[in-house]
Write a protein that binds this ligand. Sequence first.
Ligand code: NDP
Length: 451
Amino acid sequence: MAVSDHVDLEQFMSGLKRRNPGETEFHQAVYEVASNVYEYIQDKEIYHEMQILRRIAEPDRIIIFRVCWEDDNGNIRVNRGYRVQNNNAIGPYKGGLRFHPSVNLSILKFLAFEQTFKNSLTDLPMGGGKGGSDFNPKGKSSNEVMRFCQSFMTELYRHVGDDIDVPAGDIGVGAREIGYLFGQYKRLTNRFSGVLTGKGMEFGGSPIRKEATGYGAVYMMQDMLARRGDAIDGKKCAISGAGNVAIYAAEKIIQLGGKVVTMSDSSGYIYDANGIDADKLNFIIDLKVNRRRGLSEYAKEFGADYFANERPWNVPCELVFPCATQNEVSRAEAQSLIKNGCIGVSEGANMPVEQDGIHDFVAAKVLFAPSKAANAGGVAISGLEMSQNSVRITWSVDELEQRLRKIMLDIHDRCVEYGSQAGSDYVDYVRGANVAGFIKVANAMVAYGVV
Ligand code: NDP
């Protein structure tokens, strides 16, 4: 008889904290999943006996490496590169690369852990991984970014591959960086393969990849509201961020008749009581993506309010889309949003709401889509980019939009299946996503035995 791991949640967490000291974001992400999974597996001995949760919370492998590059003044610069390969039970490791000065092991381990469940929720064959560097692309010339990406890939290429690990973009890694990374991979290996997703359309990229995460987060909100006979049309929406996810969340909300009143960047937020319409959004795209400047210029251009160094969570609104970064909505801000009329939250960013804030939203019966469900649209289209690369075809925009729509609806329905509560119409989407994401990975791991 095997020794089962029938420890309770607190014992499990204290062991995890002992083995991973100081990694607070990682502890937070594991706790959020474990609290739901423990309840679900209470009477399912096989998952205890096989120590499944403990194994998912121990990355398969972590690669850490030095990245040297030369700046435009001829100085040698040194950064640290990472790839966390968390779990490949259901497919090659898959997850983005983040270039931001805040990047550290705790953040990447939390992201890789979350990615494992998110990818499972999409029902596509993808395992979980994440990587990046503490390199800050802000203020660097394109040549400096290129030299950094080339140096980064000169180590990373040994550890990735279309059937092994397929990175993509994340904060600080957009189309430009993916181009440089792919160019260097191709040069080093002499292989043109689907080793990265988020590629340009000229070299194997997929239609609607850049839109997919933001659109998906809005579709998730649409489905949660539709289940209650409600819709986005006419609702006031607060968005944080002005990057890839935020921009396309805003675009889809506008298309569906919602009114976007805020967007933000790392310097502050704008409040436009008249709503950010399609033309104003194009101004933001040009400002942030092409000119790489701050949102305060929007306020000057359109006479909107600008709040330096603040976050947009004290404004009256019904729907909330945090799309910037982790832990960007505190408990006090969650309470302020509830007080100000918030009825739904869809997390475009990864883990943007602090744990106590999530509990408050759920306790107040606010519709709450956690990031592993709400922002899975991006990785889903990345999964389809991998399929297209494998068979060397490109599907049409219409076909991919339909697939994205269906994947998000299926994720919504899986959350409802595992997050419904007897005697209540309220769905706990957090529990639903955690349990539904766990089951597929866990069953594959049981099938493999102890590996
Ligand atoms: P981008 O780099 O394109 O945009 C990030 C935005 O958030 C920018 O406006 C940036 O401001 C702002 N921001 C970043 N860090 C902070 C901070 N510490 N405080 C305040 N604002 C900040 O990233 P993405 O849009 O790609 O990613 C945003 C979030 O979505 C991340 O959590 C990411 O992990 C998640 N995500 C992204 C996916 C994708 O497909 N891109 C897929 C799934 C999840 P500034 O412009 O000043 O830098």
